[in-house]
Design a protein around this ligand. Structure first.
Ligand SMILES: [Zn+2]
Length: 371
């Protein structure tokens, strides 16, 4: 299976300039090729082949207007052409109904929120003995290795995000996954209103305080931005501030989701979660907390991690989490308003916490489906 590994890069001033040049050249090559293809299409000519575009780029490099393309690794430029090919393929496959529809390839702009370039093995990039990322015509860039790469990848993508941060990203093919600990435990997980998640064993999991604090800061920065005048230098500054805070929130949230999903996938043989139609909830008061909590991103992680361990993962219809059903005896005693957080079953007398009861019902229903 393929896994993506990303690490933060800390280029020096000179390296930033070299990377900016590489992003710029990749963009120009992409746009030149896109224009060539679009011109041909509008003139009713057959589509221009990849080899022709590549030859056209090589020829352009020899002209004074485009000679500066020689200042960056030619692999980066070739890969940019490949990106255009991939964008066209996705577009045409979408039209043919072979995969979800996507828009036609668009011209890239230096104002795009995300810039990226790719170095393949041909570019002779490497990881130095000192742990730096050595990139042709850029130099040895400092990396913060937050986890260990399982093997040496052949390709590296260098990304600059909207917040102006640099990352390197590797796709690694992993065949073997370390065996998870033996366990027979099964768990049901319910989405909470006040808590991020509630488990059938009675745990209430909140999103961590650092995340909530970052989210608060983001809302403040967004309000600040909306007050700034359009086109002003202050607005540009405020926009960068929002982008930075936004990136921090996204990172913090992803980190929290990763930690929690790894733990749940590792410690349970079967994981049952409630399905959630975010669309259906959009008009209810749950909507905002659902969005903030990123439930679907989290369950997505949980799904691939449980699969990786060869464990069971099932989404259970939300109606089975109903607070109308006693998870102890199955008695159904009518709807309860959202204010009712605790109740005692009139049939068996069991005391219930509303959310934990829902998580237990999810667990029961999950078991019924899978056996
Ligand atoms: Zn009962």
């Amino acid at each position: 299976m393929q896994l993506r590994y990303s690490f933060r890069l800390y280029p020096t001033g000179g390296q930033r300039q070299a990377l900016a040049r590489a992003f710029g050249c990749a963009r120009v090559v992409f746009n030149d090729a896109l224009r060539t293809r679009e011109d041909a299409r509008q003139a009713g000519l057959p589509s221009v082949k990849a080899a022709e575009l590549s030859a056209a780029m090589a020829a352009a490099k020899k002209t004074p207007e485009r000679s500066w393309l020689g200042e960056v690794s030619s692999v980066v430029l070739q890969q940019s052409l490949r990106d255009l090919e991939a964008a066209y393929r996705a577009f045409f496959d979408g039209l043919a109904g072979k995969r979800p529809r996507v828009g036609a390839p668009r011209f890239k702009s230096r104002k795009d929120r995300r810039q990226s370039i790719r170095f393949t093995a041909n570019a002779r990039w490497s990881i130095t003995n000192g742990g730096k990322l050595s990139l042709p015509k850029v130099g040895d860039v400092a990396v913060r290795w937050s986890r260990r790469l399982p093997c040496t990848p052949s390709t590296v993508t260098v990304i600059k995000d909207a917040a102006g941060r640099f990352f390197c990203s590797f796709v690694v093919e992993t065949a073997d996954v370390p065996d998870p600990p033996d366990t027979s435990s099964q768990i049901g997980i319910d989405l909470g209103l006040e808590h991020f998640a509630i488990t059938s064993d009675g745990r209430k999991i909140d999103s961590p305080r650092f995340l909530r604090r970052a989210e608060k800061k983001l809302r403040k920065a967004q309000r600040g931005l909306s007050r700034k005048q359009k086109g002003s230098a202050n607005r540009d500054k405020a926009r960068l501030q929002v982008a930075r805070t936004h990136a921090k929130v996204a990172d913090a949230r992803r980190e929290f989701h990763h930690r929690l999903s790894t733990e749940l996938a590792r410690d349970n043989q079967a994981v049952y979660v409630e399905t959630l139609s975010v669309k259906g909830l959009a008009r209810t008061r749950l909507a905002k907390s659902v969005h903030d909590a990123g439930w679907s991103a989290f369950t997505g992680m949980l799904e691939y991690k449980t699969r990786r361990y060869g464990r069971t993962f099932v989404r259970v219809d939300r109606t089975f989490a109903s607070s109308q059903i006693c998870s102890q005896c199955g008695h159904r005693d009518g709807p309860k308003s959202l204010q009712v957080r605790q109740w005692a079953c009139e049939q068996c007398g069991a005391d219930h916490d509303r959310d934990v009861n829902a998580a237990r019902n999810i667990l029961d229903q999950g078991r019924r489906i899978t056996t």
